[in-house]
Each structure stands twice: as C-alpha cells, then as structure tokens.
Design a protein around this ligand. Structure first.
Ligand code: PMV
Length: 354
C-alpha cells in the first residue's frame, strides 16, 4: 500500500514562520545583551501533573513548532506527575537523572531532553544537570512527557527567574511535547490549536471549574514502553489514513461538547463525548498503514466490561491515549460498583485531592 497522495498531507500542513529558537527567544525576551539565560539562583524547581485528554490532540500541522491540527481539552491528575530540579553544571554534556538513575547521553529520553534544552543555552558551554522524578511510568501512555516538559519549563522559569505568565509557559512546554501545554494547570484545560504560522496563539488555558464528584480511574493494562511513540503515530496517521480527513472537524465539535458538559456538569455528555472521541482517534490509527493498534486483549475485555456495566445502569465511560491502558470516567456515587468490577483500579478525584 502506498502512502496517500501529497494532497492529504497538504490539506493540514502549514509552514512555520519562525525557527524554534526564534520562537523561544521571542517568549523569554532573550537577546545577546540581556541576562535571561544567566541563572538567578543555584537550582530551579518545577512540578507538574499529568493530564488526560477528554478530547484528544492527534495530528500536527507543523512539526518543528509542534503545532496541532485540532484543539483539545484535558483534566489534570493531582498527585501524579513530575518533579524536576535544574541547575547548571560543568562538563561536556548535560547530566540527566531520571528516577534516581543517571542516563547515558544517547538514551532516547536524555537525547530528547537535551535537544529541548538546546534552546535555553547561553552558549555552547552551558550544560544542565536535570534531576527528574516521575510518579507515573515513563512512556506508558500515561502522559509522562506532558508532566515532564511542563515541570522542566517551570524549573527553567525558576532557575532563570523569568516570571513568565502561564500562557507563555504553556507555549514553551508545547515545544517539548504538545500535551505538555495543558499540564501547566490543575483541573480542566483547553489547548487552542491556534491559526498563526508563528505558533504564538497555540497555547493552553485553564477552564476554571471545580467538579468534586468527578472520578478518573486508571486501569493499567501494560506499563511497558509503547511500540510507536505519539509523534510517529500521528505523523503516520496524517500521511496514510483516509479516515483522518474527518477527524479535525469532529475534534473541534467534541471540544465544544466537552466544554458544554463541564459548564453544565452534564456527566453523560462528558462521558459519551470523551469515549467516542477516543475511539474515533484510535479508529484513525488502526486505519493507517502499517496499522497502529495500541490495544491489548485486556484493553478490549475492559471495554466490554464497561459497556456491560452501562447496560446495568452504572454510568461509566473510558478514554485511551497512545497505549493499552484505559482511563475510566465516572461520578463518586458509582465508585463502589466500579471498584468491584475493576479490583486494580487507581481512583483519583481531581478536585478533591491536592
Ligand atoms: O503530547 P504528545 O506528543 O505525547 O501527544 C499526546 C497524544 C495523546 O495523548 C494521544 C492525546 C492527547 O491529547 O494527550
């Protein structure tokens, strides 16, 4: 099977009008004369939660600035995420410590992080020491890159004392990982896809609502590293999946529905939209070539259990990202029935925990 004609890709692609370095410089106000890349303290610190998209981001219209084809809405999970300490160090290369383990410079995680840090070096001799602790398994479809890059940007902001507003921090985090733009906020967040070629209007904002009864259940099917990363997966989808043509329009409609559901505390609308949105995204992945199927037999079995529970009057829905794990959505009143069906479930109430 040959990839789709260049036409489909052209439907979505835009041309970046800034280099990533110029984008960063514009946000932090860096120029040769100023001191925005001289540390203001010995060590910077940042902490950020993971977030789960209720209406997903899938597809980039521009890859160097990480600009999405569609907007998305998420919920952050307090207590699960990343804590990062950042300082400058002597030596020839960055030192990246992940969960108390010093990584080899060619380790994919270290390479990607150092590549991002390149935008923040005063000169070729600036090397960083990054000490990062993840309370979620890295690369398991539990959005550790989202909390990771959000925490790193907060640590940079602290180290250099830029005092950037959340919108600008979100723009910077987006450059590291798209979904990281949403991890700057607790609770609900919306990432506006933006229209501009310089990417300055593609950032996330908080949706200021509290929903104490809302529960998220994490059903870990497999926490091993995923076979296809999300960037590769979305590029392949945009390039080879005909079904993808309907995705951007559906995604924008779903964003509106999720916002409406949050405003009206309409749980059925929230759950139905989130589940349908996730399955539609997975449908586009499955319909690429070669196919991308993140599900495992246990993922499908869990879906059936959820659909059976719904038939029995238990209001529970699910969403899934680029991995086999499910995230269940339900209200507090349904918690006992759901915990009975899924003994291993980790339940989080985003607005009741801190
Ligand atoms: O931010 P990335 O590049 O890891 O992509 C995230 C993609 C999904 O998790 C599948 C969807 C989303 O909106 O978080």
């Amino acid at each position: 099977m040959t990839p789709l004609s260049k036409m489909q890709t052209m439907l979505f692609e835009t041309q970046a009008s800034l280099s990533p370095q110029a984008f960063v410089d514009r946000i932090i106000g860096h120029s040769q004369q100023d001191s925005s890349l001289k540390p203001a303290k010995a060590c910077g610190f940042g902490a950020a939660p993971v977030n789960i998209a209720l209406s997903k981001y899938w597809g980039k219209r521009e890859t160097t600035l990480n600009l999405p084809i569609n907007s998305s809405v998420s919920i952050s999970l307090p207590g699960l995420g990343t804590q990062t300490e950042l300082s400058l160090t002597e030596g020839q290369q960055d030192q990246i410590v992940l969960n108390d383990q010093l990584l080899e410079p060619h380790h994919p995680f270290a390479k990607r992080l150092s590549g991002f840090l390149d935008y923040f070096r005063l000169n070729d001799h600036t090397m960083f020491h990054v000490d990062t602790l993840n309370s979620v398994p890295t690369a398991a479809g539990l959005a550790s890159s989202a909390s990771g890059y959000a925490a790193l940007v907060l640590a940079l902001n602290d180290l250099f004392q830029w005092q950037l507003q959340p919108k600008k921090l979100s723009l910077l985090a987006r450059l590291g990982s798209g979904s990281a733009s949403r991890s700057l906020y607790p609770g609900f967040a919306i990432w506006h896809k933006g229209e501009r070629d310089d990417g300055m209007d593609s950032y996330a904002e908080a949706i200021e609502t509290s929903w104490p009864e809302l529960c998220i259940g994490l059903l870990k099917i497999d926490i091993g590293e995923k076979s296809v990363g999300s960037t590769a997966g979305m590029q392949q989808t945009v390039n080879t999946c005909e079904l993808y043509q309907t995705w951007p329009q559906q995604a924008e409609k779903d964003v509106l529905k999720i916002q409406q559901a949050i405003t009206n505390k309409d749980f059925t609308l929230l759950g139905e939209t989130a589940e349908h949105n996730a399955l539609s995204m997975h449908a586009t992945m499955i319909a690429t070539w070669p196919p991308i199927l993140y599900w495992q037999p246990e993922s499908v079995a869990a879906m059936h259990t959820i659909w059976q529970l719904r038939q029995q009057g238990v209001t529970v829905y699910f969403t899934m990202d680029a991995g086999p794990n499910l995230k269940l959505l339900f209200l507090e009143t349904q918690k006992p029935a759901i915990e009975q069906a899924f003994a291993e479930l980790e339940v989080i109430q985003p607005f009741k925990q801190s």
